[in-house]
Design a protein around this ligand. Structure first.
Ligand code: NAP
Length: 482
């Protein structure tokens, strides 16, 4: 059994104890990783502190070139990394390759930022005075990532953190340390200097909490559950904190919608990645005039989805990440039945081996039910019905989260009404709730957190703006007074 290492100050190091990473399809152990402790976080922060001066003073275009090297190496290794994502995380190969592609895209996009990192110039109320803003790195940043995009999400954080001149302590999810390890290997190969990126594996309580509380870490970027996000906010002190949390994303289907297009989008949104996306479409809110027709097509297509090994072309839906996730999904099936929702298909854990669960559809769901309100993070879809668009929007908004949303309609007025009234960070028209691109802002509102990673706003999360005044009048000038 291979035992991998952590990466601190440019050296690969182990720990006294290890933990295992498991293939969710076979339930077999793939590898062992060091169980990092508080002392490893301290070493990593020390290394990040030592590397900071040189790295933050490296010209941004040089930092950008390094990011381009990383993108190039990722591209060369895309197929192998994609297969690894499928093996360790369980998403089907085309999606796993998409995960790697997203990492390539974000390194490439952020490489270009090395020649921008724009501040702005503006006027002054006084004569012979010049005003502008410039971008500064936050300092040492703690990056904590989940397992569902095991290469893309770390990349979404590392790329902007580095181009802005920060040094980094990175803790991956304990479910997917091998994907993260391979990414860090590529960073090393691309020439990231020692101490600039430090990789510490281990549990949330030993490594994650030590990062959150470390006084010399200036900023945190966290993607994960709302529960953990709330804990972080209470324990991070005065650090700059970015939070990308959960979702319970609705698709509204109007009576004028192209139903076949809507079915394609719902299947992709609800059962892609076995429902394990923060942007998964876990609620469909359908006009009652077209509900039966939509459901008939949806159920027929859902029943045909083939569960299995995510590496095989014949597989549509892979396993859930672990046993706990499989049991949680099964528990929500029971909750849905008890609440009086009607199950139209699925409902069972599948196969003997592997953490599979059948894609499941509930109808007769009302918005007060647990299955309509809580993030299940599995292949369960709740279908609600409405009469008037305003009611559908009210249902869409009556939820603690606010990440993604979608409406299917041929009427441009309905589309724009939804855009204006749905409380969410993303709204799609005639497309599913998933499909973000790295050059646009990504994030939510309400219980999803208010961070905007990716795109130009991703830079804001990993830098701060310094305001600079240059007075060349040669005399004391007083703003607001002279
Ligand atoms: P999670 O349990 O919150 O864990 C996420 C990461 O945080 C893991 O690395 C975990 O470490 C670590 N962690 C847990 N508790 C911590 C603590 N007290 N202090 C510091 N670190 C801690 O979430 P998950 O199950 O991995 O991911 C699924 C969730 O992520 C879902 O809610 C999903 O919606 C959300 N998500 C959101 C986005 C977005 O962009 N909005 C994207 C993807 C996923 P261990 O693995 O060692 O426990």
């Amino acid at each position: 059994m291979p035992v991998y290492k952590m990466y601190i100050d440019g050296k690969w190091i182990g720990a006294d104890e290890t933990f295992e990473t498991i293939n969710p399809t076979t339930e077999k152990i793939i590898a062992k990783f060091p169980k990092g402790k508080d002392k490893h976080v301290k070493m990593a922060v020390g290394a990040a502190e030592d590397a900071y001066k040189k790295w933050s003073e490296t010209p941004p275009p040089t930092r950008g070139r390094l990011l381009q090297n990383i993108a190039d190496l990722l591209r060369k290794d895309k197929q192998r990394l994609g297969r690894l994502v499928s093996t360790e995380m369980g998403k089907v190969l085309p999606e796993a390759l998409g995960d790697v592609q997203e990492a390539i895209d974000v390194f490439e996009y952020m490489a270009g930022e090395g020649r921008r990192l724009f501040g702005h110039t503006t006027t002054s109320e006084l004569r012979n005075k010049f005003s502008m803003t410039i971008r500064m790195p936050v300092g040492i940043m703690g990056l904590i990532s989940p397992w569902n995009f095991p290469i893309a999400i770390p990349a979404w954080k590392i790329a902007p953190a580095l181009v802005c001149g920060n040094t980094v302590v990175f803790k991956p999810s304990s479910d997917t340390p091998l994907c993260a390890y391979e990414l860090v290997k590529i960073l090393e190969k691309a020439g990231v200097p020692p101490g600039v990126v430090n990789f510490v594996t281990g549990s949330a309580s030993d490594v994650g909490e030590a990062i959150v509380k470390h006084p010399k870490i200036h900023g945190l970027s966290f993607t994960g559950s709302k529960f953990t996000g709330e804990w972080i906010v209470k324990n991070a002190g005065l650090k700059k904190v970015g939070l990308e949390l959960g979702g319970k994303n609705p698709i509204i289907v109007m009576d004028d919608a192209d139903l076949s297009l809507a079915v394609d989008g719902i299947l992709w949104g609800a059962f892609g990645t076995a429902g394990q996306r923060c942007t998964a479409a876990s609620r469909v809110i359908v006009h009652k005039k077209v509900k039966e027709k939509l459901l008939a097509a949806l159920v027929q297509r859902t029943k045909k989805l083939r569960l299995g090994n995510p590496l095989l072309k014949t597989t549509d839906v892979g396993p859930l990440i672990n046993k706990k996730a499989q049991e949680k999904t099964a528990r929500y099936v029971e909750i849905g039945k008890k609440e009086g929702a009607k199950m139209l298909c699925g409902g069972k854990k599948a196969f003997g081996r592997g953490f599979f669960h059948q894609p499941t559809i509930f109808t007769s769901v009302t918005n007060d039910m647990h299955i309509a309100q809580e993030e299940i993070f599995g292949p369960i879809l709740s279908v609600l019905e409405f009469d008037r668009l305003d009611d559908a929007i009210e249902m869409a908004n009556d939820i603690e989260y606010g990440l993604s949303s979608s409406i299917y309609t041929k009427d441009v007025s309905n589309g724009f009404r939804a855009v204006q009234k749905i409380e969410a960070g993303l709204t799609y028209i005639n497309s599913s709730t998933i499909g973000s691109e790295v050059h646009l802002p990504f994030g939510g509102i309400k219980g999803t957190g208010h961070t905007r990673e990716a795109g130009i706003t991703g830079i804001d999360e990993f830098s701060y703006l310094k305001t600079v005044y240059v007075d060349y009048s040669g005399k004391l000038q007083k703003a607001q007074i002279d």
